[in-house]
Design a protein around this ligand. Structure first.
Ligand code: G6P
Ligand code: MG
Length: 215
């Protein structure tokens, strides 16, 4: 029986995945190569520095550690410009209703994101009161597909991992859920999220009772 829902942030609760993509694409452009949305799938759920490594590999760019740190900082400045303009209208459809349903059905809720910007985003979206625990990039040392972020979430909720379901838009996140011994629901493309237990297009037509039927 499912007792808790753990949500990824970027691309699950809000469409910040597109802002990450735009900022990385801009960096790639400055470095002189193109960067497609298909290539961007590899960066989803991956930490900032690991994402940069993948981007540089795609562009066949070699540089010093110091240059890498400057690039990551630059990308983050562009990304922060986007998120500072966000408001509640950028919550993905059905998210708020589903979070309310979790409350009504006694399901515990947690955020499980490796983003260091998660706090700012939750504030801008006014989501703090809907989450019983928040685990973000400031509290974990391993990015997805490592299960650390989700296991920490379960621990904070006091829920056994086997009674948790993870909502994720990234292949790395689905893998992390599996390694944590949790159930998973992919949000997005079933082709990309083929390891998930179930895949849905979004929360719009999704209800808590589905969890009882499925798991
Ligand atoms: C999430 C996103 C990634 C991002 C990572 C770190 O996992 O899916 O695309 O790279 O967070 O985010 P940050 O805001 O710390 O750069
Ligand atoms: Mg995501």
């Amino acid at each position: 029986e499912i007792k808790a829902c753990i949500f990824d942030l970027d691309g699950v609760l809000c469409d910040t995945a597109k802002y990450h993509y735009l900022a990385w694409k801009r960096l790639a452009g400055e470095l002189g190569f193109s960067f497609t949305e298909a290539q961007n799938e590899r960066l989803k759920g991956v930490s900032r520095m690991d994402s940069l490594e993948i981007l540089l590999e795609i562009g066949h760019v070699k540089c010093t550690q110091k240059a890498k740190e400057e690039m990551a900082e630059k990308k983050n400045r562009w990304y922060v410009e986007y998120i500072n303009k966000m408001d509640q209208s950028e919550l993905l459809p059905g998210v708020l209703d589903f979070l309310e349903e979790c409350r009504e059905n006694g399901l515990r809720t947690a955020l499980g994101s490796v983003s260091k910007n998660a706090g700012v985003i939750l504030e801008r979206l006014k989501l703090q009161d809907y989450l019983d625990a928040v685990v973000d990039g400031s509290q974990v040392s391993q990015a997805k597909p490592d299960p650390e972020v989700f296991l920490k979430g379960a621990k904070r909720l006091g829920t056994d991992p086997s009674a948790c379901v993870v909502f994720e838009d990234a292949a790395a996140g689905i893998e992390a859920a599996r390694r944590a011994g949790m159930k998973s629901v992919g949000i997005g493309d079933p082709g990309i999220l083929c390891q998930a237990d179930y895949v849905i297009p979004g929360f719009e037509k999704f209800h808590a009772e589905m969890l009882d039927q499925w798991f």
